[in-house]
Design a binder for this molecule. Structure first.
Ligand code: SAH
Length: 513
């Protein structure tokens, strides 16, 4: 987003939603993709920052109740400075910016300085948290009002504004109370409601980290909720719901915590641009996913032989791609040669697996003529040999520098003329990501997935002398070859995918937990 010089930028107060990054609004995502700076809170999911342009400034002003990282005044000043410097700023706030979020204070401050502000509402935790815990905040017969209350009033106020008699009355006449920031004073809140004549048997529920993979929730009663929460170790951030809706059928409504992979933390070791499919599948099934790319992809040392072969692709009968990374590299080669899909009109295409075939179709507009039933090199070779008369035929194999030689060997044995070229280089990543190290150290990782032998080997290299961290972690392998490598590394494979692709791996995980 470019702004005229000496004209100030706009500040967008964007509700980040309750935690699950998928619960950001479309408008919020659209703006995040084109701002110059993002100023974000502790409760805004950091995954959302990935949406912002790489060169956007990212400023963490995260604050928790007791440990203010930055006073509000300073946040205001910061927002104003950025906007006055001509930057468009996303002010990303947890939940909704105007629900206990001080968004209005920021908006007024900025308006007074002539800075334009737009607000993008977000899904507030008081609705989303209960919802994900199986508690609808209203219900046609039993709850006709819903009240949001802060359990942690501005400490500088001398008298409480919270009218507990009125709140108790609301529940008695069929209403729902949603307390934010109430965990520190849960006992006092419950007592005051009971003192105002609310029945101790009134249903109450607590949901901590609502909509997140680490969500925990609990059903109780007003009389017991404080003790029960303490006993179960539930703390902030949490929403406390009081009212009949908290007693509705948890079996029927508690869909989230029943997802097949809910509560499982799964590390995935694919490269960044390969990880997204697997990540999405696993998260849809309720898992917490930590990406741990072990491999970095570099361009080939020398493009010349590759460009020569691709340019003369009509000299080949078959072009074989063995990975989605290879497809990306082929795309780069095509760009360098200024050619497009028409160039491959005369050559047949083989892809080692569905992911490679999809990449070919989606990224290059090319449809594979052959995808073997089993997504391994042996199977590709066998099907080529069985179904196509390959003796004397010319093959161009574009593969990773570390690919196994088996495909070349089998095709050559069967009389094909094979040109075998590494089209990209793989190397060890620079290190394991901080998020994974922390989770492994805390023994929070339940599963690690290996989708190739090299990722398994590289992962163990990156883990170095911290092998003991693997003790509680179960290993899910994509297929027999990867499993073999895992065993050679002295580790145990807990599950192996029957179908050697991402869908198969996910299926195996669901069955394996
Ligand atoms: N503007 C935010 C609320 C900020 S106040 C919104 O609209 O949601 C911070 C409080 O919100 C926390 O103390 C907690 O009570 C609640 N909260 C925020 N995220 C939550 C989550 N994922 N699960 C449960 N409560 C949450």
């Amino acid at each position: 987003m470019s702004t005229e010089a000496n004209q100030s930028g706009t500040v967008y107060l964007i509700g980040a939603g309750p935690g699950d990054p998928g619960l950001l609004t479309v408008r919020g995502a659209e703006l995040l993709r084109r701002v110059d700076a993002v100023v974000y809170d502790a409760l805004a999911n950091p995954a959302l920052l990935d949406l912002a342009p790489d060169d956007a400034e990212r400023i963490d002003v995260g604050k928790r109740a007791k440990d203010h990282k930055l006073p509000q005044k300073q946040i205001n000043r910061w927002l104003a400075e950025l906007a006055l410097a001509g930057k468009n700023v996303a002010r990303l706030k947890g939940g909704d910016p105007y629900v206990f979020g001080r968004g209005s204070e920021e908006a007024i401050y900025l308006h007074e300085r002539g800075i334009s502000v737009q607000v993008v509402p977000g899904i507030t935790a008081g609705i989303a948290g209960p919802s994900y815990a199986g508690v609808p905040v209203t219900h046609r017969r039993i709850a006709t009002t819903c009240t949001f209350i802060t359990g942690h009033e501005d400490p500088t106020k001398t008298e409480s504004q919270t009218d507990f008699a009125a709140l108790a009355g609301l529940v008695k006449s069929g209403g729902t109370l949603c307390f934010y920031m109430g965990m520190g004073r849960l006992g006092a809140i419950a007592e005051r409601l009971t003192a105002q004549g609310l029945d101790g048997a009134t249903p109450a529920a607590v949901v901590q980290w609502g909509t997140m993979p680490n969500q925990r929730s609990m059903r109780s009663t007003l009389a017991a909720v404080a003790d029960d929460a303490a006993q179960q170790g539930l703390g902030a951030p949490a929403i406390v719901v009081v009212g009949p809706v908290a007693g509705l059928d948890a079996q029927a409504l508690g869909w989230f915590e029943r997802l097949p992979l809910f509560g499982q933390t799964i590390a995935i070791t694919r490269t960044r641009h390969q990880a997204s499919d697997l990540r999405r599948e696993l998260e849809t099934l309720g898992a917490a996913v930590i990406e741990a790319p072990t491999i970095a992809i570099d361009p080939p040392d020398d493009w010349t032989p590759i460009l020569d072969c691709v340019r003369e692709s009509e000299r080949y009968d078959w072009l074989v791609l063995t990975s989605a990374n290879g497809v990306v590299a082929l795309g780069e080669a095509m760009d360098k040669l200024s050619i497009d899909a028409r160039h491959f009109g005369g050559v047949k295409l083989a892809a080692i697996g569905e992911a490679t075939a999809t990449a070919l179709r989606e990224q290059l507009g090319l449809r594979a003529d052959l995808v073997p039933t089993d997504f391994v090199a042996e199977s590709l070779a066998a099907e080529l040999i069985a179904q196509h008369d390959i003796a004397g035929k010319r093959f161009l194999l574009l593969r990773a520098d570390i690919a196994r030689p088996v495909l070349n060997e089998k095709l050559t044995e069967a009389g094909a003329v094979v040109t075998d070229l590494p089209i990209y280089r793989t190397r060890l990543a620079d290190g394991l990501p901080e998020a994974l190290i922390e989770a492994m150290q805390a023994r929070q990782v339940n599963w690690i997935t290996f989708t190739s032998s090299s990722t398994a080997r590289y992962f163990m290299k990156l883990l170095g002398d911290k092998r003991e961290w693997m003790e509680q972690v179960r290993i899910a392998s994509i297929g027999p070859i990867t499993s073999q490598t895992v065993r050679e590394l002295g580790l145990t494979v807990s599950i192996e995918a029957e179908h050697h692709d991402i869908v198969g791996l996910v299926e195996a995980l669901v069955q394996g937990v």
